[in-house]
Design a protein around this ligand. Sequence first.
Ligand code: XCC
Ligand code: SF4
Length: 625
Amino acid sequence: MAEKKLNIEECSIWDDAKQMLYKAQRDGVETVWDRLLQQTPHCHFGESGVCCRNCTMGPCRISKKSPLGVCGADADVIVARNFGRFVTGGAAGHSDHGRDCIEALHAVAHGETEDYQIKDEAKLLRIAAEVGIETTGREVLEVAKDLADEFFENYGSTKNELSFIGRVPEVRRNLWKKLGVTPRGMDREIAEMMHRTHMGCDNDAANTMLHVARTCLADGWAGSMIATEISDILFGTPSPRKATVNLGVLKKDQVNILVHGHNPIVSEKVMEAVDDPELIALAKEKGATGINLVGLCCTGNELMMRHGIPMAGNHLMTELAIITGAAELIIVDYQCIMPSLVQVGDCYHTKMVTTADKARFTGAEHVKFEMHNGAAQARKVVRMAIERFPLRDPARVEIPEGPVDIVTGFSNEALLDALGGSLTPLIDAIKAGKVRGAVGIVGCNNPKYKHDFCNVNLAKELIKRDILVIATGCVTTAAGKAGLLVPEAISQAGPGLQEICGALGIPPVIHMGSCVDNARILQLCALLAGELGVDISDLPVAASSPEWYSEKAAAIGTYAVASGIYTHLGHPPNITGSKIVTDLALSGFDDLIGACFVIEPDPFKAAALIDERITTKRKGLGLSA
Ligand code: XCC
Ligand code: SF4
């Protein structure tokens, strides 16, 4: 059989990506695109979700010829169970990240670490008061202890109520109650999903799907939300600042360190270490002019939002950042880190360092980060990077040119500031039809798409239609590289958005953070609904993840839908083998919970569908189309 050949021009819309893919070919390095070719065509049973491996009477796969598994489970039951476990993986990822943040807060509060502090005391006190903790006249650390304990309770099942349930509009809370999907404990929903999907438990697809909603709601309104709020408390609430994106942020004459993953607990310390004069002197001794720290994926988003650290790229750029030949070291925490990075690094002089016991990679060096040693470990890793600088082969270094400017840092606090302290100007603009609605474009890259084609074009199409776009996760870098994250981008927006964003001095696409920070969008929607006295499902808003790939993205999409937000995906999850599950996702949920998924790979058609939905919602509120 003839070997399948990669068409690099079709892999990505970006010059920096294509340049590195040609270099990879010359250097004999395999990337995610090559491996996708080898894996295609994909297994039809897996793709449609009808393969079950939940017991050893199987594995079973459903077809016309054999419509039932050995136990009698049909396609609907199998698909629902598989999807249930799929989103639960995502919810577990976000919420375990959240738990690590609580442990960090707990350690700080109890004086167990000198490496971490509370950077935003005002936010700590505000959140504590919000969740019912006494704050007046108390020491900050005493309040922090109580807040950590309060948050821990979101994981068990003793309280049966999430700390942030008060943020959810009352109508929505009542709807959840009626449907029996009010999220209880994070760990409880996850464990219950594993239980329900064990052989011989929940054998009713629709019923399983309700628990899918419940588990994801726990993620959105607890796991992710707690991760975001504590990160702000410990590392500062983001405010608008400038940064730069694309592979051009790597520097030819400096020690380049890439940080990748999700939880800022590691990357914040690395960021401090690269400023250590002793280490900078060492770098100079080794022939470099300095140390350059750049981010990837969501850890990159966290550092960029709070400190303006440059962003080298999103998910599909992670291998390519190493292929520049200019990266001395890549340090990772967890999630979305391709195991291939070790092999790609081995093709150059790039060392990979892991930091979490729950995310080790064969072939990488493990430097375990703990609360009491974060700063020292970070210095150790930066030193390792410096030591590798002399090993770099200048003949194999090729760094694409021209980083692109962006503005980042739009937490809800910052957005409110930009609006002059209240949501009223935004609501007035929505009522006047100048901002017709808002869409969160979030999530990943997937090599099944031309890299960032859908992410960028959907954003462009929406702002043209006077729809404000909020970007998080890997869409951020896409929007940034396209020049959409700067105030000047209003020239590409419709007249209404141009006027409003122009007056406020904000870009038409605003960067709200990492993937756990989608919780900020939930909160913003809830605030808007509260101001208008309606449910979230009545708002002219939508969500989209055009090029999603991960279990986490599916969990985010599902909590968006269950929170009442119409959600576009570029391709369906592996559920098409069940009519019941597919119908629920694409329409049934709309009747039940006020929102549903819509699938559309073409970003231009997707923009039209989203626009249509926003128009309907505007009319529902008695507003002009
Ligand atoms: Fe991962 Fe968050 Fe997706 Fe990017 S967007 S590929 S999940 S890094 Ni979260
Ligand atoms: Fe097959 Fe049923 Fe076992 Fe799944 S649970 S592998 S369908 S016998």
